[in-house]
Ligand binder design. Sequence first.
Ligand SMILES: NC(=O)c1ccc[n+]([C@@H]2O[C@H](COP(=O)([O-])OP(=O)(O)OC[C@H]3O[C@@H](n4cnc5c(N)ncnc54)[C@H](O)[C@@H]3O)[C@@H](O)[C@H]2O)c1
Length: 342
Amino acid sequence: MTDTRGDTPEKQLAGESVVVTGGSGFIGRSLVRRLQQAGADVTVADLDPSTHGGPTVVGDLNDPRVRDRAVPEGTSAIVHLAALTSVLESVERPEQVFRTNVDVTHGLLELARRRGVERVLFASTNAVTGDVGDAVIDESMPLRPLTPYGSSKAAAEMLLSASTACYGVACCALRLANVYGPGMGHKDSFVPRLMRAALDDVPVTVYGDGEQVRDLVHVHDVSEAFVTAWLADATGPVIVGSGTSSSVLDMVAAAREATGQELPVRHVDPRPGEMPAVVVDTSRARGLGWAPRVGLTAGMAAVWDEFRRAGVVPATGATGATGATGATGAIGATATAAAAAL
Ligand SMILES: NC(=O)c1ccc[n+]([C@@H]2O[C@H](COP(=O)([O-])OP(=O)(O)OC[C@H]3O[C@@H](n4cnc5c(N)ncnc54)[C@H](O)[C@@H]3O)[C@@H](O)[C@H]2O)c1
């Protein structure tokens, strides 16, 4: 795997004791490495074991005893990534999403308040703003989420806001665009579907004409954004995206270049209600000193490297090699559209 980050041995977080919930997941694994590189002492709290070489609390954070073990006295920061992340599943199981994404966040903020944790960095999403048409999304837009997933993240952001205002915990919600990069073999989003199609030498399914645009940001850039937000003492929402919008066909072209495969496209009917564009304004993040560094083709090449070495990896809940995330089924058009915005 190509590590596209710089290798400067920065130690700005030396001696900081940080708990990363969801640290065994896709973004978590990359972020844990980055925090360790910055000198932090990292504890991972996750349903799944971690290989980061430090303390791990394996368990369900819905259980207060697990949270209690995860955030001991002396913790300086909590990076909260653990969540139910599937938008479409959230529509089917809103209660479970509320418990895991909202209740757990509240429980962690309570621990932060009682144990004097100075900082909470939270993985939010641009889906909190809902469908904004062709407008460029910035942090000042009203929150109008369209799904239980989006609303759970918006609700969690509100809890963070109160925690900063009332108790002085420096809470920052990083609103992530579509994250891609090495470590996403278990995912069923468009980039892994491109990789599976390339491996299987089959066409990739594209809804509609493929001109709909999204913002893809590399996982290493996302990890860097968390470190930047910490060092800049940021609070409130910060949008993290590449700032470059790519059409679905641009993504196919980048995947062709990265994989060297033909990757034919099979166009199917557009998904009803799908947003034509997700365009984000990353000025606030850039103002903190962050800038994305990994371009789409180089980023895809690193993903391809991993997929090629691992062979075909079935996605969690995938419907097939080029399985269609967001097949409408019983789920409404607005939810499908919002799923595309994750
Ligand atoms: N990947 C993206 O494109 C994207 C975009 C916007 C926001 N986010 C947010 O970033 C965060 C990380 O996403 P990811 O893509 O790495 O997802 P992921 O599914 O790969 O990782 C999530 C991790 O959380 C853990 N987890 C879930 N529920 C838990 C529980 N009850 N107790 C303990 N651990 C639990 C899982 O085991 C998993 O390791 C999530 O909060 C997600 O909503 C991701």
